[in-house]
Design a protein around this ligand. Structure first.
Ligand code: PRX
Length: 647
């Protein structure tokens, strides 16, 4: 359904479920701040989490300086904690410091616990998982680092990685970090044109891929996609090809058989001493808001921020198995499958399959088999699985679970409650984590490590240490644009080759602040609720409505058809839908037009491309913009055809 909404000011609490959950009771009241965060001992007067949060924002230099010294292994110490100026988009952390990210993620754990499992590769077929220890991962990384050097990759080059989640993909990322190259991981579901765009923008001379991918029981010819892409990428000199399946693929002079060549290399590769602000990676955003941007993340600050959030948001402890089911091609995969988890010496799962392969019990069967302690997934998948009923969950033992995470979009209260009550048996805190590719790591989330923390369903709750949110006036409403008023170490440093676009997008809309592009509300207790992108907002006659809030109402109301298909699986009449929206939000929120469609135009990561819908409604179908990330091109044509009939 594509709709034009009439509306006026949205009230915060209309659909907010005020039930509050106390989390992490297992810590009890005898909790001691120093035993949780060792650095806090040095922060005089800090005795609880709220004191620690205040210290982290008021004494930002002291907080981040202490945490960085304590948590990272440095080759040489930094002299300046931060040197940031939002007016120029200048963000620099830990200047003067030198370190190597792969040493922090591998070598130091190999010294203390070489046989600890670093990666569990959960392959597409259930029960065929492969475990890789820290010692093995370091060896793979070093061999690959040496191979890259032999192939002419140098410090400062950018290597494009087009691989599904697998140990060699992680080793490739870490091998780049080891030798001082940047990586550009492209989600292996992208088309050859989208891949080519990203290779060209990153100017990569080397691409690493696999012969084929395997997902949901289907084989995907990834190498063929790379072959097509590189035809239009003059910078590419070589393609390293790993063998995920036993099927041979056509190899050209440009192609290098990865396993064969890396086995010729030494298992020792000297790590390069990198400056804190050298580039670690580029990551192109999903494109749901326009032409993809290559966001740049650097070494020390990013690593520190991802490891700290991984530890505290998920309450991760040594020995836990961390199960994030995102793809490594997204920021969630980079920050929590790879860098944050490995920096903390964690055991982290690489999920190759889908939530419904071979059946809708896949996630929970995996939780039982791998004894996963923290499960981190997307609301889209939770809503999908909810539809299949509780039995698929209850068939499996989930007693290992301690924390359930959600990311990527607002989680509607019905999905939240199902996740909490059914998946977590009502005993695991659900952490709804708000962040972006731009923020590097989680910025707003409940903190289960804090025994005092409470959680309200559907709310991202509280800012993380060092994050100072501000709600600024939008054109229409007072105090609604989510901004962040001071720098934090994990934030992106620039857009590759487009620093001006970086400052214009993030720092000019609200001078002195980083603008997230999202709308949010703050409750009187100071808790945040994210209401979706401001560019998803429908603004009519001076009134605005957040689409997320509207979807929440509709999803919660139509009990048996909760999925993305609130639009397509609609079994009620348009009039009933209008009444529901009137009842749950207000009369002004009623849609003028309702259009039923088979499916909505979405990116491959599952985000609705609302800007495309808006163009259709505005009758600007010649200006649909970049559609390279679109999952199903027919969905747009269907929306256009249906809209013409409406008029
Ligand atoms: O609109 C917010 C939404 O996802 C956007 C960031 O997308 P991306 O850079 O692809 O990163 C996704 C994974 C971090 C945000 O601007 N978003 C992310 N998490 C949430 C969310 N919206 C509501 N609640 C969340 N927890």
């Amino acid at each position: 359904m594509c709709s034009l909404w009439r509306g006026s000011l949205l009230t915060l609490t209309s659909s907010l479920n005020r039930r509050v959950f106390q989390c992490c009771r297992q810590f009890g009241r005898s909790y001691n701040i120093a035993s949780c965060m060792p650095e806090a001992v040095a922060f005089q007067g800090v005795s609880d989490h709220s004191g620690l949060y205040k210290f982290s924002v008021n004494e930002s230099d002291r907080f981040w300086g202490a945490v960085a010294r304590q948590r990272l292994s440095w080759i040489s110490p930094f002299h300046t904690v931060q040197n940031c100026d939002f007016s120029q988009g200048k963000i620099k952390w830990f200047e003067g410091g030198k370190l190597n990210v792969s040493v922090n993620c591998l070598d130091r754990h190999v010294h203390t616990c070489p046989e600890r499992v670093a990666l569990i590769w959960e392959r597409d077929e259930p029960g065929t998982e492969v475990k890789i220890t820290y010692r093995q991962l370091l060896e793979l990384t070093c061999r690959l680092g040496n191979l890259l050097k032999r192939q002419g990759v140098r410090r400062g080059d950018c290597v494009t990685i087009y691989m599904p989640p697998c140990p060699l993909a992680v080793a490739s990322m870490l091998a780049c970090a080891r030798i001082g190259a940047a990586h550009n991981v492209v989600f292996a579901g992208f088309s050859s044109e989208a891949l080519a765009d990203r290779i060209r923008d990153a100017q990569s001379s080397t691409v690493i891929t696999v012969n084929q991918g395997v997902r949901g029981g289907k084989v995907v010819d990834l190498k063929r996609t790379v072959d097509q892409a590189v035809q239009n990428c003059p910078s590419v000199q070589q393609v390293l090809v790993a063998m995920r399946t036993e099927n041979t693929v056509a190899m050209t002079d440009r192609d290098v058989p990865l396993e064969e060549e890396m086995m010729k290399e030494d298992v020792v590769c000297e790590p390069v001493a990198m400056d804190s602000e050298d580039v670690l990676f580029l990551l192109y955003t999903s494109g749901s808001t326009g032409k993809p941007k290559g966001l740049v993340h650097t070494q020390a600050g990013y690593l520190l921020y991802t490891s700290l959030t991984h530890r505290y948001v998920f309450n991760y402890h040594d020995g836990d198995v961390f199960g994030c089911v995102a793809d490594i091609g997204w920021i969630t995969g980079h920050s929590y499958i790879v860098y944050g988890a490995l920096c903390n010496g964690g055991t982290t799962v690489l999920f190759e399959s889908t939530p419904v392969y071979p059946n809708p019990g896949r996630y929970w069967e995996m939780v039982e088999r791998l004894e996963i302690n923290q499960f981190y997934g997307a609301p889209t998948a939770i809503r999908l699985l909810l539809k299949y009923g509780d039995e698929w969950v209850q068939n499996y033992n989930r007693s290992s679970l301690k924390t359930l995470g959600s990311v990527g979009e607002p989680i509607n209260t019905e999905a939240w409650e199902w996740y909490h009550r059914v998946v977590g048996d009502g005993r695991c805190p659900v952490v709804d984590t708000w962040w972006q590719t731009e923020t590097g790591g989680i910025c707003i989330a409940p903190r289960p490590a804090d025994p005092e923390a409470e959680i309200v369903p559907g709310m991202a709750m509280r800012p993380f240490y060092g994050i100072k949110p501000a709600l600024l006036d939008t054109e229409v409403v007072t105090g609604d644009a989510l901004c962040i008023s001071q720098a934090w170490p994990g934030m992106a440093r620039t857009i590759h080759n487009h620093h001006q676009r970086f400052t214009e997008t993030y720092f000019q809309p609200y001078p002195g602040f980083f603008f997230t592009g999202d709308g949010a509300h703050r409750s009187k207790e100071g808790y945040y609720q994210i209401v979706g992108r401001l560019d998803d907002v429908i603004n009519v006659s001076g009134h605005r409505l957040g689409t997320a809030e509207l979807e929440d109402v509709v999803v919660c109301t139509i009990k048996s058809h909760q999925i993305k298909c609130i639009y397509i699986a609609l079994r009620c009449s348009a009039q009933q839908l209008r009444e529901m929206v009137s009842r749950s939000i207000a009369k002004y929120a009623c849609p003028d037009f309702i259009q039923v469609v088979r499916c909505l135009p979405k990116t491959r990561s599952g985000k609705i491309m609302r800007r495309v819908l808006r163009k259709v409604v505005e009758r600007n179908t010649d200006e649909l913009g970049d559609l390279s990330t679109l999952d199903d091109p027919d969905s747009v044509h269907e929306v256009i055809r249906g809209h013409r009939r409406l008029r």
